[in-house]
Design a binder for this molecule. Structure first.
Ligand code: MRU
Length: 334
């Protein structure tokens, strides 16, 4: 088998005959367009333009891209600089750093290209298992007939497996507990409207799309029994970063007494980050707020604030669903 990578498939990424492909998420739901990701310089671009996105998946994709580069015969020094470039492609999701630190540690230990291929495959396979573990733990929290609300896309498109928050939703629906899902459209890049709604319709899970500003009404009217979201980095004190809008949702959920849960694998936990204030927050281009898809609806030079993520303090969390445990807000504060 040599350096050949195993064939592997997830909803947003696949390895076939040693070539890495990603489903270009910027084109969804209009087109399912696969682009090659085996060149690390191209992969950095795919990650930055969100063609491949979601905290766990960008780590998996970066590791597989580096492994393809190794299998193509790249020198150690080129592998090291590609590893550093991939690691720095986006700043907030710590899964990217964790995956690339794993690949760098293998390089430091004198890994062959075959070893790097095996390491990247292991990162993919571990993420699939982590999603299953989160889904089981999270689904057990959900009572019969509940409706949930989610933000952004924390589904199969964001991981190698069935997703984090959306994996919990999927499992709870399969178990006959969850009745309905409300989906925040998730401005500015519409991951909820474009990606989560697409995933839920493929899965046949009843759902309703709302704009982000409509969530408070549903919470006040008692039409949502639980809020489930993903995370890009969980700090040691339980504060966490996720797609911008998550913090506001957590404030609203607490105000209305609705349980609020981030769902994340241990690869999203950063114990070196003491609290939310230490999490680096990506700021993105002003055009993303002035309009969408090349169409402007604000004045061209309008000043813009565009943080891609916000930080939710642990004090607003009912419990954090990890693959290994469910930690209550009180346990997080201990
Ligand atoms: O900018 P994105 O689309 O990569 O942001 C993704 C999110 O914020 C997700 O909620 C998070 O990565 C969790 S994914 C399982």
């Amino acid at each position: 088998m040599g350096d050949d990578m195993k064939d592997m498939t997830s909803l947003g990424l696949k390895v076939e005959a040693g070539r890495l492909w990603i489903l270009d998420q910027t084109r969804l739901p209009d087109e399912e367009c696969w682009v090659e990701g085996g060149d690390p310089a191209a992969m950095v671009g795919h990650i930055q333009r969100l063609a491949v996105r979601g905290a766990p998946l960008i780590g998996v994709a970066a590791a597989l891209s580096l492994a393809c580069f190794a299998a193509s015969g790249a020198s150690e020094s080129r592998l090291r600089s590609a590893c550093a470039a991939l690691r720095g492609a986006r700043p907030t999701a710590v899964n990217l750093m964790a995956a690339m630190d794993r690949m760098k540690a293998a390089l430091d230990a004198g890994a062959s290209s075959q070893d790097l291929v095996r390491e990247a495959e292991a990162i993919f396979e571990a993420d699939v298992e982590l999603c299953e573990a989160m889904a089981s733990r999270g689904a057990a929290l959900i009572g019969p007939g509940e409706s949930a609300l989610t933000h952004c896309n924390a589904g199969a498109l964001a991981t190698a497996g069935i997703g984090t928050a959306l994996g919990v939703i999927r499992r709870a629906f399969e178990l006959g507990r969850l009745r309905h899902v409300f989906v925040d459209e998730t401005r500015p890049l519409l991951q909820g409207a474009r990606l989560t709604a697409w995933e839920l319709s493929r899965l046949g899970i009843p759902h309703t799309l709302i704009t982000d500003s409509m969530a408070a009404i549903l919470l006040r009217e008692g039409r949502v029994q639980r809020v489930l979201v993903g995370a890009d980095r969980v700090a040691a004190n339980g504060d966490f970063a996720n797609k911008v809008g998550t913090y506001g949702l957590a404030v609203q959920a607490l105000h209305h007494g609705v349980p609020f849960h981030p769902v994340a694998p241990w690869t999203t936990v950063d114990l070196d980050c003491p609290d939310g204030a230490s999490i680096p927050i990506e700021e993105r281009r002003a055009e993303e707020v002035r309009g969408y898809g090349g169409r402007l609806w604000a004045p061209e030079a309008c000043p813009v604030f565009n943080p891609s993520f916000d930080v939710t303090p642990a004090s607003l969390v009912t419990s954090l669903v990890l693959d290994r445990a469910v930690l209550t807000g009180a346990q997080l504060r201990e």
